[in-house]
Every structure is written in structure tokens, then in C-alpha cells.
Design a protein around this ligand. Structure first.
Ligand SMILES: NC(=O)c1ccc[n+]([C@@H]2O[C@H](COP(=O)([O-])OP(=O)(O)OC[C@H]3O[C@@H](n4cnc5c(N)ncnc54)[C@H](O)[C@@H]3O)[C@@H](O)[C@H]2O)c1
Length: 357
């Protein structure tokens, strides 16, 4: 029996984790707190309700909203402004108030109740200049790392490990997350609470409200299923940039393992993602979306990269694998087929939210 609070619990990751936790532990009290800032998060509320998950309309920037939840013994911090472009063309206030102050408020609640915390961080804590500065070669469809780098450099053919150096700018979004990581570690050291940090690559799957600046896999599928327009942006505009992607249910399977083992991992940081076997470039994704939907989509080409862009990121998750044995079970086609089925099953609702998103 546990009292679990999931902040950002109506968002993509939060709602799915709430759903699966409650499915697997019907006796646990699971509360989802969210201010519904992300368009489309409201569509998750009936789904949470049907599962017996309590929803609180609240804001992590306000500590009293978090305190209203009551006693908890596990907090999963999934609230965020998760766009890497956030703050570049507008004030970063909402970004740092939610992503940094909000996390500190969550830590305060953990301190008050002696609760464990699981903090969802991001691969975007790794600096852009260092990633952009690596040597790449390109083939017909994607960039590849040119050299098999020495493992001690933090980047190898397995991807980026936790040892990749952190010096340099990383995007305003990434900076809020790295600052929060430091605060999580300080609270663990200072107040004897237990917790851990997961630096996630791209997570995707059903119930992600994909948009241009966050959730590109769903965005790609939406614009193939309901033909629209997409663009390859940056790095020559050919769609050769590469990411690893992970199905949200595979991510949950890791969460299920580690929440029972926080004792062994408290204070640690792990990279989590699909890894090298689940990596895809945008133009490869186009081909796969065509295959799944049978539709083509017009794709513009914008050669110049935007602030915050990087050409290549793959999560080297060997560290968490060595500790837990976890690895993803679903491949890229499985992920796309699941997203496609979800979009079709909820077409009327989702079309209104996703059109021009
Ligand atoms: N999805 C990914 O690919 C990915 C990758 C790496 C890290 N992450 C991290 O995972 C977490 C969840 O991301 P997501 O993809 O589910 O994003 P999301 O936007 O779908 O979910 C975030 C939720 O937080 C809520 N929220 C925003 N501001 C809030 C506030 N001030 N108070 C309360 N709720 C607020 C939003 O309404 C939304 O429902 C984030 O911390 C994100 O940085 C996600």
C-alpha cells in the first residue's frame, strides 16, 4: 500500500505512469496533480478517473497546492514545460518557475513527509556545443558518429553516457533540468530522503500531444494519418538528424523495477532511452509513417538549425541495464503502430487538439 503523487499527472508521461501504476497496484492511492497547461492534457482526465486515480487541479509553482495532496511516500515529478525551444522567443519565467521552482516545491513536500522522489530529467542537460562539435558522416538517410570514440569521453557507438562532460550551454530547458538535478541531489544528501534521477531521451507513445517543439514522433504520425505539412528543420534541411525513441510502456517497465529498489540507487543518475537499436532519423521516420498509414505528407526543407537544435543524440543506457537487466522490448514499428491505433481510435477528439498544433 503506497500513497503516490504524480506531478504533471495529466501530461503524456505522468498520465501513463499513473495509469500503469494503478493497473498493477490497484490498492495504491495514486494522485495526479496538473494545472492543465499543456493543450490536450485535459483529454486524459476521464481516463484517469476510470482507473480510480484522484485528480487535483493544482500548480507545482504553488507549494500549498502540493501540500493539499496530503501524506505521500513516493513523488514522481513529471510536471514541466518540456519544450527545448521554450524561453528563446519569449520570457523564460514560466519555464524556470515550473521546471526549477516547481521541482524545489516538490522536494519540500518530500522533505515534509519523508517521501521518495523520482525526478524525470532529460538528455538535454548535455551541452549543445559539445554535441554539435562531434564529427559526423552522413549517408542517404542519417548522420552517424564518424569515429568510434573512446568510452571515457562519454560518447561511443552506444550513444551518450552519464560521463559525457557537462561544460557549456544546453538550452534554457536543459539548464532548468540540470539545476533541478542538483537540488534533488542536495535534498537527498541534506534531509536523508531517497530519490533518483533519470535523464530521458525521447519518450513517445499513445496520449502524447505531439507538436512542433515537443513530441515529434506523434507529430509525424498525425500529419501522415491526416495529411498535413511537416518540415525538416536544420542541418541542411534533409531530415538526417537522429534520436533514440522509447515506448512509454517500456519506460514504465523500468519505473516499476526501480521504485522497488530506490534503496540501491538513491542519489544516482541514469540515462534512459531506446538506445542505438531504437534510433531513427526524421527521414527514416517519414518512410516508416508512410508504411504504417499508406499516406504521404508534404515536407518542407528549412536548412538552418534553430536555437536549441542538435543533430544527433542516442542514450547509452548500459548503466541502468547492468543494474536492473532492463531494456526496451518494443521496436520502432511497434511504437508507430500503437500511436497510429490510438489516433484512429480517438480521431474526433484528437483532430481538434492536434490540428495546427
Ligand atoms: N516526452 C519526452 O520525450 C521527454 C524526454 C525527456 C524528459 N521528459 C520529461 O518528462 C516529464 C514529462 O514530460 P511529458 O512529455 O509528459 O510532457 P507533457 O507536457 O505531456 O506533461 C507535462 C505536464 O505538466 C503539466 N504542467 C505544466 N506546468 C505545470 C505547473 N506549473 N504545475 C502543474 N502542472 C504543470 C502540463 O499541463 C502537462 O500535463 C518532463 O519533466 C519532461 O521534461 C520528457
Amino acid at each position: 500500500m503506497r500513497n503516490v503523487l504524480i506531478t504533471g499527472g495529466a501530461g503524456f508521461v505522468g498520465s501513463n505512469l499513473a495509469f500503469y501504476l494503478k493497473r498493477d497496484h490497484p490498492r495504491w492511492n495514486v494522485t495526479a496533480l496538473d494545472n492543465l497547461h499543456r493543450r490536450g492534457s485535459e483529454l486524459n482526465l476521464p481516463r484517469l478517473k476510470r482507473m480510480g486515480i484522484r485528480f487535483l487541479h493544482g500548480d507545482v509553482r504553488i507549494v500549498e497546492d502540493l501540500a493539499a495532496v496530503g501524506d505521500i511516500d513516493l513523488l514522481v515529478e513529471c510536471s514541466a514545460e518540456p519544450s527545448v525551444l521554450a524561453g528563446y522567443h519569449q520570457s523564460p519565467a514560466y519555464l524556470y518557475q515550473t521546471n526549477l521552482l516547481g521541482t524545489v516545491n516538490c522536494l519540500e513536500i518530500c522533505r515534509r513527509y519523508g517521501s521518495e522522489i523520482l525526478f524525470l530529467s532529460t538528455s538535454r542537460v548535455y551541452p549543445m556545443g559539445a554535441i554539435n562539435g562531434l564529427d559526423y558522416r552522413e549517408d542517404e538517410t542519417r548522420f552517424h558518429l564518424k569515429n568510434a570514440h573512446d568510452e571515457s569521453s562519454g560518447v561511443s557507438l552506444f550513444g551518450f553516457s552519464e560521463d559525457f562532460p557537462l561544460k557549456g550551454a544546453r538550452s534554457l530547458y536543459g539548464a532548468t533540468k540540470l539545476c533541478s538535478e542538483l537540488m534533488v541531489q542536495e535534498y537527498i544528501a541534506a534531509y536523508d530522503i531517497r530519490g533518483l534521477i533519470l535523464r530521458c531521451g525521447v519518450l513517445t507513445g499513445p496520449w502524447q500531444m505531439g507538436k512542433v517543439d515537443q513530441g515529434f514522433v506523434v507529430l509525424w504520425m498525425v500529419n501522415h494519418l491526416w495529411p498535413g505539412r511537416l518540415a525538416y528543420m536544420g542541418y541542411g534541411g534533409k531530415g538526417k538528424q537522429v534520436r533514440d525513441i522509447l515506448h512509454i510502456e517500456d519506460f514504465y517497465e523500468l519505473i516499476r523495477v526501480i521504485i522497488n529498489r530506490i534503496d540501491e540507487t538513491s542519489g544516482e543518475i541514469f540515462n534512459v532511452g531506446g538506445g542505438k537499436d531504437l534510433s531513427v532519423s526524421l527521414c527514416e521516420l517519414t518512410g516508416a509513417c508512410r508504411q504504417v498509414t499508406g499516406n504521404a505528407c508534404s515536407i518542407d526543407s528549412v536548412p538552418d538549425a534553430r536555437k536549441g537544435d542538435i543533430p544527433y543524440y542516442i542514450s547509452d543506457f548500459r548503466r541502468i541495464h547492468a543494474l536492473t537487466g532492463w531494456k526496451p522490448r518494443r521496436n520502432i514499428l511497434d511504437i508507430l503502430v500503437d500511436i497510429h491505433a490510438w489516433l484512429r481510435d480517438h480521431e474526433s477528439q484528437l483532430k481538434t487538439v492536434m490540428a495546427n498544433y
